[in-house]
Design a protein. Structure first.
Ligand SMILES: [Zn+2]
Length: 321
């Protein structure tokens, strides 16, 4: 049975991509008058994408990811009409309409050498904390939407081409009348604990010396807690009992939702699945505190503060008090 974790009542997480101030205005998506009015509103702003990369304006030495209608149109004209792919209406932020525009990845060449622009991927933007949380959340929304559009240009039911509808929140198939909606893939990410110790591991693709919570995609027919217990058993060979929910975080690479949980270990002997993990071990609470402070004697490091794994580790340390 899934329980609400006592950890969920502790310091509210300031998770990258999650702190959205967006009013999604879902009713506007099928209201052409509302959408047209939003697009010509003086406060309307566009996030511009060249494929997977955000185009950022450099104005008076500062980075600005939000383009007004005229500057968005100028960007599009410079890139050429062949490069324009999709537009999505994200919603409003403090009553200012927000749109996202996708140009193809080749359009990046138009701006690469231009000092008035920078091309920065979302992961780097988040890691460097370049923009405040509401904008980062809008960027994550746009990235996940565009990634979904890019992978769903043909109907999964009949194979015919699909077209964007609902201001970017649906794709329609004219051949079979199928309607397809953007998907989110749930990933359970768990910190297994055994009293004063917790289990962390590292995947070969992690940055050197970084250890993190174990994680895996949920499968059809599984509950959240089933998936958590299965992943911990498959990857580290440990058994777990109670699993409790802490917090979640959109993770648009390309379209995951990280669901952060704590899991009570009921066995502690580790058997590592070497196809998934390079290493896994138990760390004491004091060690985790040193890891978070980048002062662990073995040089072990935590994931970035914007990642939910970092917060699960921090909450575990704070629970000592
Ligand atoms: Zn179809």
């Amino acid at each position: 049975m899934l329980m609400r974790s006592p950890y969920a009542d502790m310091a509210p997480p300031d998770l990258g991509y999650a702190a959205g101030g967006l009013n999604r205005r879902t009713e506007w998506r099928v209201d052409a008058d509302k959408l047209n009015a939003a697009a010509v509103a003086p406060a309307a702003r566009w996030l511009m994408h060249c494929g997977d990369t955000l185009l950022i304006a450099v104005r008076d030495g500062t980075l600005d990811p939000l383009f007004d209608r005229a500057s968005a149109a100028a960007v599009e004209a410079a890139a050429g009409v062949d490069h324009a792919l999709e537009t999505c209406f994200l919603g409003t932020h403090q009553d200012a309409p927000r749109f996202a525009r996708l140009l193809d990845s080749a359009s990046a060449d138009t701006f690469r050498q231009d000092p008035a622009f920078k091309l920065i991927d979302l992961r780097s933007i988040a890691m460097q904390g370049l923009f405040p949380p509401p904008v980062l959340s809008e960027m994550a929304t746009a990235k996940a939407l565009f990634a979904w559009h890019a992978r769903h240009r043909f109907c999964s039911n009949c194979g015919a081409p699909t077209t964007l509808s609902c201001a970017g929140w649906r794709r329609d198939c004219q051949a079979c009348a199928g309607e397809h909606f953007p998907r989110t893939d749930p990933v359970v990410i768990m910190l297994a604990t055994d009293g004063d110790r917790c289990l962390m591991g590292r995947q070969p693709r992690f940055l050197p010396n970084v250890y993190s919570c174990l994680a895996g995609f949920m499968e059809p027919g599984e509950t959240l807690e089933d998936a958590g217990r299965r992943e911990l058993h498959e990857e580290a060979g440990i058994a777990t009992g109670a699993v409790s929910y802490v917090a979640s975080q959109p993770w648009p690479f390309p379209s995951s939702l990280m669901i952060g949980c704590m899991a009570d270990a009921t066995s502690t002997d580790i058997t590592i699945d070497r196809t998934e993990l390079e290493d896994a071990r138990w760390f004491t609470r004091d060690e985790v505190a040193l890891i978070l402070a980048a002062r662990h004697p073995d040089g072990i490091l935590a994931p970035a503060p914007m990642a939910i794994a970092h917060h699960l580790m921090r909450l575990f340390v704070q629970a000592k008090a």
